[in-house]
Ligand binder design. Structure first.
Ligand code: IPE
Ligand code: IPE
Ligand code: MG
Length: 262
């Protein structure tokens, strides 16, 4: 299948999706996915949870390409939280190995699509194999000028804000920053997402209505879209449905509706 253009990639939509309704001039700059439901997807098919995680990676690949075709600037994806270490060791090991293995396998895709990878979270603390591969990928894609793919691995919103507080305190202690000069921009500059726009659309699969410690600071005014679909079943059409929903929202940012005047 030729997936190289927007038209070919989004040819033959299901009957539930009307592509003519999509406003291509109003695609969210930053889309963020909480990729949930791999385990339940697998269990419902009598497969191991590991099979669910493998299937989840296939979905991520499709969503990366879809976002590139749509002209998204930043796609972020929650892959492993600071709380996920509490899962059985065998599942944690499998995930860490899978991250390393697939990341190497997908590097040609990232090169072809001109995608620059960044990581959100403490990747220093990952097992050696995974950390090395991630550092290699960072280095290899550093000069790419297309979409940014921000992978949240060993990420927690509270850990991120705590780290920012520590980094800012160190600057104050060193005398290079006056406490009076600590603005919201200064805080944002000390988060893992420094330099990236805030997510405008956050998608959570598998029906859970919670953030699970994800991008707590950055989602202040994000639009949420929750689908019951498990992540391995989430595809380009699910993404378009989320964007169509986003395009219908009245984003007021605490003000009054743009349509009703201010
Ligand atoms: C999301 O799927 C992937 C990770 C958290 C690594 P889950 O593994 O949470 O799947 P469920 O929620 O148990 O179905
Ligand atoms: C959130 O999913 C984290 C990721 C998708 C990586 P979880 O499955 O860990 O979240 P909870 O435990 O249901 O809140
Ligand atoms: Mg889950």
């Amino acid at each position: 299948m030729d997936d190289s253009t927007f038209e070919t990639f989004f040819a033959n939509p299901p009957s539930t999706i009307d592509m003519s309704l999509l406003d291509r001039a109003r695609i969210p700059h930053h889309i963020s996915c909480i990729m949930d439901g791999n385990g339940r997807w697998a269990t419902s098919r009598g497969l191991s949870r590991g099979e669910g995680h493998k299937a989840g990676i296939v979905s991520l690949r499709e969503i990366i390409t879809a976002c590139v075709r749509l002209g998204v600037d930043v796609l972020s994806a929650y892959a492993f939280s600071t709380e996920n270490w509490s899962r059985p060791q065998a599942e944690v090991n499998l995930l860490m190995h899978l991250f390393a293995k697939t990341f190497i396998e997908e590097l040609p895709l990232l090169h072809r699509e001109n995608v620059r990878v960044v990581f959100l979270g403490d990747i220093e603390a990952l097992p050696d194999e995974t950390r090395r591969v991630f550092e290699y990928g960072l280095e290899q894609t550093r000069d790419h000028t297309g979409m940014v793919l921000a992978l949240a691995v060993n990420y927690g919103g509270r850990a991120e804000i705590t780290r920012a507080a520590r980094l800012i305190a160190q600057r104050v202690q060193a005398g290079t920053l006056d406490p009076e000069d600590i603005t919201q921009d200064v805080v944002a500059d000390h988060l893992y997402t420094a330099g990236l726009p805030d997510p405008e659309l956050v998608i959570r699969t598998s029906g859970e209505l919670r953030l699970s410690n994800y991008l707590l600071w950055q989602v202040a005014y994000a639009e949420f879209y929750v689908t019951d679909t498990y992540w391995p079943d989430f595809d380009r059409w699910g993404l378009v449905d989320a964007i169509l929903s986003f395009q219908h929202r009245d984003r007021r940012f605490g003000g009054l509706s743009a349509a009703k005047g201010r």
